[in-house]
Design a protein around this ligand. Structure first.
Ligand SMILES: Cc1cc2nc3c(=O)[nH]c(=O)nc-3n(C[C@H](O)[C@H](O)[C@H](O)COP(=O)(O)O)c2cc1C
Ligand code: SF4
Length: 447
């Protein structure tokens, strides 16, 4: 545990707004409202908070750019609670255990950037989380929290791209989750040719930290974590380990502590931190978990979700499973992405079936270079990084798979988490995903 309590994830769900306030909740917003918006942005910048949604972008800098564009035109805030990354369950855990803290963070951010309205985007299928959010918003209204009338929950589709920030804006505007060409700070919610409406999009965990930072101050936040990545992060671990689950640790903690000591993984062959980063080999287990250390090691921390695979797994089957997910989820606005991710998966699948040749391996390599041509969003970059790095690191495994089918007994499915039982730690995955097709329709269920 960190020396100072800057944690955002309570051990058990906070039952009501009254309990949250009794435990000191609401002080962050109270303090923020005594400060000017500029002072709040400065406090967040001073805290060194970096986005927990995948890229680790400094939150203070994001807010300043939106705010500065603001005075003469509408600006908006979006809280990203789509959580579609395989192997990640931290935002739903935060939403279930403490939605009050998130609503407080949203209201602090709304004040700081001067947002006209704030939207919290979650998935329609997150029924428990939506109920908790509705309770928190009702509680905030009773408590008289300023700005709560301007906050709305949006229930979106199950697609992975719903979590991509410009696609989430499209959904809030009642359209499909299709990424835009321009990012939200250039073309925000309800933008027109003459009114770009800059919009700040922040992850659920990021905004949960905001509430605590305002309550306890930037210095206290900085007393935990590293100089460049202060505070804690809420990590998820699934796959070949005894104790899969969601764990909060100071940034900078060695990955081994999380993966082996806490989650109980042994004999690790490969780890994937989501579907947007290069594969992590066991030789990197002592790497400190922070954005820059991971980037320097050639991979990324992503949203802190780790999919761990043991020595008995077939890495060609594992990466084929991840490639299938990306090929399905690609929206098809950019031809090289939809076709390229499709070909990458198809060739990997041939190898898994024992029907692949050296030509297939070569084609996969080539597509990893061209799949990003003209890309609107980061999805195909993730596909290229995930697949090419696995090919580089496990060339012998690919060679051994030529003409030699994978053993179905060691096959893994996509770890798209549906729920984690808080008592037993059992992870439930989305069983329907096997039936999802490349046009986002579903094949009929058997029987
Ligand atoms: C394909 C794709 C899916 C994404 N899914 C999510 C998601 O589910 N949740 C999330 O917070 N960010 C997701 N992101 C990142 C967002 O676009 C955005 O960077 C993030 O919400 C910013 O919040 P932060 O600055 O607080 O990290 C995704 C990005 C891509 C390219
Ligand atoms: S890069 Fe791929 S996923 Fe992103 S917008 Fe283009 S086709 Fe869609």
């Amino acid at each position: 545990m960190p020396e100072k309590d800057v944690t955002v994830l309570p051990e058990a769900p906070i039952p009501s707004m009254e309990d949250y306030i009794l435990a000191g909740g609401g002080r962050g917003l109270e303090r923020a409202l005594t400060m000017t918006p500029e002072q709040v942005v400065d406090e967040i910048a001073r805290s060194g908070l970096r986005g927990r949604g995948g890229a680790g972008f400094p939150t203070g800098r994001k807010w300043a750019s939106v705010r500065d564009a603001g005075p003469d035109q509408p600006v908006y805030l979006v809280c990203n609670g789509a959580e579609g990354e395989p192997g990640t369950f931290k935002d739903r855990t935060l939403l279930t255990r403490n939605p009050y803290q998130l609503v407080e963070g949203v209201l602090v951010a709304r004040h700081a950037i001067g947002a006209r309205r704030a939207y919290i985007g979650v998935k329609e299928r997150f029924t428990r989380e939506r109920e908790r959010l509705a309770d928190a918003l009702a509680g905030a209204a009773v408590a008289g929290w300023e700005g709560v009338d301007a906050v709305e929950v949006v229930a979106g589709p199950d697609e992975y791209l719903y979590g991509e920030e410009s696609a989430m804006i499209e959904v809030i505007e009642h359209k499909l989750p299709m990424p835009r060409i321009l990012p939200p700070y250039m073309q925000g919610l309800f933008a027109t040719m003459t009114s770009p409406n800059p919009t700040a999009v922040n992850n659920v965990e990021t905004l949960s930290h905001v509430a605590r930072i305002l309550a306890h101050g930037a210095d206290e936040f900085r007393s935990v974590g590293t100089e460049e990545a202060p505070g804690t992060m809420v990590f998820t671990v699934v796959g070949d380990c005894d104790n899969p689950g969601v764990y909060e640790l100071p940034l900078g903690t060695p990955m081994r502590t999380l993966v082996e000591d806490i989650a109980g993984a042994r004999d690790v062959k490969a780890i994937y931190s989501g579907t947007s980063n290069a594969v992590i080999l066991p030789s990197l287990l002592d790497l400190p978990m922070d954005f820059d250390s991971f980037r320097e090691a050639g991979t990324g921390l992503g949203s802190g979700g780790f999919m761990v695979y043991g020595a008995h797994r077939d890495i060609v089957q594992v990466v084929s499973m991840l490639a299938r997910f990306l090929a399905i989820e690609s929206c098809g606005q950019c031809l090289a992405c939809k076709l390229g991710t499709g070909v990458i998966f198809e060739r990997l699948d041939r190898l898994v079936a024992g029907e692949g040749t050296a030509t297939d391996v070569e084609e996969i390599r080539k597509r990893c270079v061209t799949v990003t041509d003209g890309n609107r969003c980061y999805l195909p970059v993730g596909a290229a990084l995930t697949v090419a790095s696995t090919l580089d690191a496990f060339g012998d495994d690919f060679a051994a798979r030529i003409g030699n089918p994978s053993d179905p007994a060691v096959a893994v499915g996509v770890p798209k988490i549906h729920d984690i039982d808080p008592d037993t730690g059992t992870v439930l995955y989305d069983e329907d995903y096997d039936r999802k097709r490349a046009d986002w329709s579903y094949a009929p269920a058997d029987g």
